[in-house]
Design a protein around this ligand. Structure first.
Ligand code: KIV
Length: 269
């Protein structure tokens, strides 16, 4: 008989209850091996639609299909056992109506076994957030710089530089919180605005390029590992994975060329 206790995943209510408590640690992850490492330290792991750019070389997140999110979501859930896994709803899968959003969110949750979904938008998405949460789909909201709207916004621009725009962002934050979102990503936002929003809503705010005033932080894993040669300016780079991969590949190429390669006996241990 096994004496090992199963490790329970961090739940949506546990994340919601961290408001104003110990900062929430989160990172993106798109694949099983990296997710298994991140799982040891993160409260939640986001399978972000940034995977379109990071994993698939797309120019923006707009072209990411639902099936791709589901495929990477499955990999991350399989690779982890502790963190809450949140999967992004890609552009075009939730904006049309609450019913369409529910159908696609239910597919994501059933097929990946993730614990929640994330979608972009403030006031305009409040009705959909309420519809989903009332039907068993926990929703993380995302406001400020919303990459899926980059064509409308004219690129990736820090939000809130102009104080006159603050009330609109604050209204967005209150609307998604009142609609039942359990957490709120604030992306690319000036510090005083992020601080004001964090004070005004009773759900945790998760910052990315939005200062340390938030209740938690998220970064794109490949950016903070040093794999992206041009990471956003706000990213603190903690590793040099790009350099390490380059050195390893170079050493391998030299070994192959000089026939310094494992003998057949050593290949499968
Ligand atoms: O897709 C993503 O990686 C995200 C984070 C930037 C929050 O939405």
């Amino acid at each position: 008989m096994s004496t090992q206790k199963p490790v329970r995943r961090i739940t949506v209510p546990q994340i919601r209850n961290r408001k104003g408590q110990e900062p929430i640690v989160s990172l993106t992850s798109y694949h099983a091996h990296t997710a298994a490492i991140v799982d040891n330290y993160a409260d939640f792991i986001l399978v972000g639609d940034s995977l379109g750019m990071v994993m698939h070389g797309m120019e923006s997140t707009v072209g990411v299909p639902l099936d791709l999110m589901i495929m990477h979501g499955k990999a991350v859930v399989r690779g982890t056992k502790r963190a809450l896994v949140v999967v992004d709803m890609p552009f075009g899968t939730y904006e049309e109506s609450p019913g369409v959003a529910f159908r696609n969110a239910a597919r994501i949750m059933k097929e990946t076994q993730c614990g929640a979904v994330k979608l972009e938008g403030g006031k305009r998405m409040a009705e959909t957030i309420r519809f989903l949460t009332e039907r068993g789909v926990p929703v993380m909201a995302h406001i400020g710089l919303t990459p899926q709207s980059s064509h409308v916004m004219g690129g990736f621009k820090t939000q809130g530089r102009d104080e006159e725009s603050w009330p609109e962002h604050e209204e967005d934050a209150r609307a998604v919180s009142q609609a039942g979102a359990f957490a709120l990503v604030l992306e690319g936002m000036v510090e005083p605005l992020a601080a004001r929003i964090t004070k005004q809503v009773d759900i945790p705010t998760i910052g990315i390029g939005a200062s340390a005033e938030c209740d938690g932080q998220i970064l794109v894993l490949e950016d903070m590992l040093g794999l992206n040669p041009t990471p956003p300016k706000f990213v603190k780079v903690y590793g040099n994975l790009g350099g390490q991969i380059e050195a390893a590949v170079k050493a391998y190429a030299e070994d192959v060329k000089t026939r310094e390669f494992p003998t057949e006996k050593e290949v499968y241990r």
